[in-house]
Design a binder for this molecule. Structure first.
Ligand SMILES: [Zn+2]
Length: 216
C-alpha cells in the first residue's frame, strides 16, 4: 500500500495501489470494464483522511483546489468520486467531470446505494450535455457519445429520452456495425423497461463470417 503525501495539506496517508490488471471480460454497455479490472474501482480514487481532498493521485492538485476543498459545497459530498468530479466541474473540465460522476454511480451501485447511483447517472448526463455545449467531446465520435447516453438514460428509467436518443444515434452517418447492433439491443431493453446492467457480449452479432454488403 503506497504512502502518499497529500498535495493540499501535506499529510501522508496509506492509499490503495493503482490497479495493474486488464479486463478479461466484456464491459458493461456504459463502458464499465469487466473483471478483474471492474472490482478495483475503490483504488481509482484516493481520499485524504486529513483534509478530505479526493483525486486519482493525491500528490497532485491544481492551483485553486486547496481553496475549494474547504467549501461547504465540497464538504457536503461524502463520496470520493463525487468530490473529485465536483472539483473538475469547478475547473471547467466538464467531460472529465461527467466520467468521474459515472464512476461515482458505479461506486454507489457496488455499495448498494441505488438512489445515489441514479442521482449520479442523472448528473453525469447533465455534465456530458454541458461538455458538448462547451465544445468538449466525451468520446471519440458522436455515435459513441449517443450510445453511452442511451445506456445512462435507460439505467435511470428515462425510457422515452433513451428511445429518442437511439433514434437520433441510428441516423448518424458512418455508424459502425457494432454500435448499430448495440443500439438495436438497447431498443429491446427500453421496450421491456429494463433498467438492469447489461454487457457488450450479450449483444447479438450477425452470423460468423457474414460481411455486410455495401453498394456505394
Ligand atoms: Zn490532505
Amino acid at each position: 500500500m503506497p504512502r502518499i503525501h497529500c498535495s493540499v495539506c501535506g499529510i501522508a496517508s496509506d492509499q490503495l495501489a493503482a490497479p495493474t490488471v486488464s479486463p478479461q471480460f466484456a464491459p458493461d454497455l456504459d463502458t464499465r470494464p469487466g473483471e478483474p479490472l471492474r472490482s478495483t474501482l475503490p483504488a481509482w480514487m484516493q481520499l485524504c483522511p486529513n483534509c478530505g481532498y479526493a483525486a486519482p493521485d493525491l500528490a497532485y492538485a491544481a492551483e485553486l483546489v486547496p481553496n475549494w476543498v474547504r467549501t461547504s459545497d465540497y464538504r457536503s459530498l461524502t463520496d470520493a468520486f463525487e468530490r473529485h468530479a465536483w472539483l473538475l466541474e469547478q475547473l471547467g473540465y466538464l467531460a472529465d467531470a461527467g466520467w468521474i460522476t459515472l464512476q461515482a454511480a458505479w461506486n454507489h451501485e457496488d455499495g448498494n446505494d441505488l438512489d445515489a447511483a441514479r442521482r449520479c447517472r442523472r448528473k453525469a448526463i447533465r455534465l456530458f450535455q454541458a461538455s458538448k455545449a462547451a465544445g468538449q467531446d466525451f468520446l471519440d465520435t458522436p455515435a459513441e457519445e449517443l450510445a453511452l447516453a442511451v445506456d445512462i438514460l435507460r439505467r435511470i428509467g428515462e425510457f422515452e429520452a433513451a428511445a429518442e436518443t437511439i433514434r437520433i444515434a441510428l441516423q448518424e452517418e458512418e455508424l459502425p456495425e457494432m454500435l448499430e447492433a448495440v443500439l438495436r439491443f438497447q431498443t429491446g431493453l427500453v421496450q421491456r423497461r429494463d433498467t438492469g446492467r447489461h454487457t457488450l457480449d450479450e449483444v447479438p452479432r450477425g452470423p460468423a463470417g457474414e460481411k455486410p454488403v455495401r453498394l456505394t
